[in-house]
Design a protein around this ligand. Sequence first.
Ligand SMILES: Cc1ncc(COP(=O)(O)O)c(C=O)c1O
Length: 414
Amino acid sequence: MAYRELITPLRTIMTPGPVEADPRVLRAMSTPILGQFDPAFTHIMNETMEMLRQVFQTKNHWSFPIDGTSRSGLEAVLTSVLAPGDRVLIPIFGRFGHLLAEIAERNGAEIHIIETEWGQVFDQDEIIQELKRVKPKVLAIVHGETSTGCMQPLNKVGKACHELGILSIVDAVATIAGTEVEVDEWQLDAVIGGTQKCFSVPSGMAPITYNERIEKILAARKKVERGVRTLEDNADVLQPIRSNYFDLSQLQDYWGPRRLNHHTEATSMLYALREGARVILEEGLEERFARHRLHEKAIMEGIKAMGLTLFNDVPWKRPMVTCVNIPEGIDGEAVRSMLLEQFGIEIASSFGPLHGKIWRIGAMGYSCRKENVFAVLAGLEASLIRNGAAVIRGEAIQAALDVYEAAGDEQLLS
Ligand SMILES: Cc1ncc(COP(=O)(O)O)c(C=O)c1O
């Protein structure tokens, strides 16, 4: 049987990820393969580390990607830091807090959880109080919760962790390169980012960064695998890191001057990540964050002008995801399907207690553009009318236009 050449439909992706990859990133992915120890390639590895430091706003030397989707970054950091019996505090305010707990638990850590209702975040003082009470080795926390469109402030907890001798590990998969993630300023010890969201790079890598406090733990747990181990490498380690693939101590030797053989680097993904980071720095972090805020405002105003209400119209809203309450009596999945089938536009539903209650509209990275905002507002309005919803007609695009006009001509062009 002959298969056709791969042809995928062109979509406007307005979900919380994966989003549209920047065309420059897709072009970089078709760059010819280099050997993993070719100086031309190791130069690209070094450049990528340099650029990641800037995106993470950190001086941390160790800033490199883990090969695998974003959870590979979470797993690499948690597995490398947490030994069985280590105490970890995890404040949960949505689906991905549960993922942190799941990974920590599978590593044999002693889990302590505080939970708040989905749609809320924690008062940082509450977390600090709990840190003092539980005295964990690690605080693991999500910055931007994809399931609820909420963002946990972290500027005080990182500092408190330092004062209390606790390590902070932060999931910034959904926020990095879209809004402020100030690793050094907030004194975060390890931060994990994602590629398929505001980076506008396909899913398949997880950029991470960590400081000397984490490095010290890795050094104590470092056990180089047989076959590449030398006499200088300690083989008699009390609590070696349990994963080989996610062993940050060995990965450091692969990303560092030793260039110790570990996995075979995902060549084309690294090209993609390098180009993604380059594009971000070329735009400028501040400018990029402002762009996300502008389009967020246009979406929010457009949705409200339709007569719909927002689930996350709160001071702790994550700027690049707008959650819309599905109107009473409307089949949310029917509207979503119509948007995709008739307009080629994808928006998302949600998980757990929010499933069937909200839609999540993302505007991230390359997807965060004016024409996409107009497309999703127009398509949603039409699909809602077709599905029997009593929306206010013709106002959504006008409201979004007002936002762009108020922002000035220069912004109108972007
Ligand atoms: C906040 C957050 N953490 C972790 C993940 C897991 O990422 P991945 O699906 O790329 O493994 C996601 C994915 O959406 C996420 O939004």
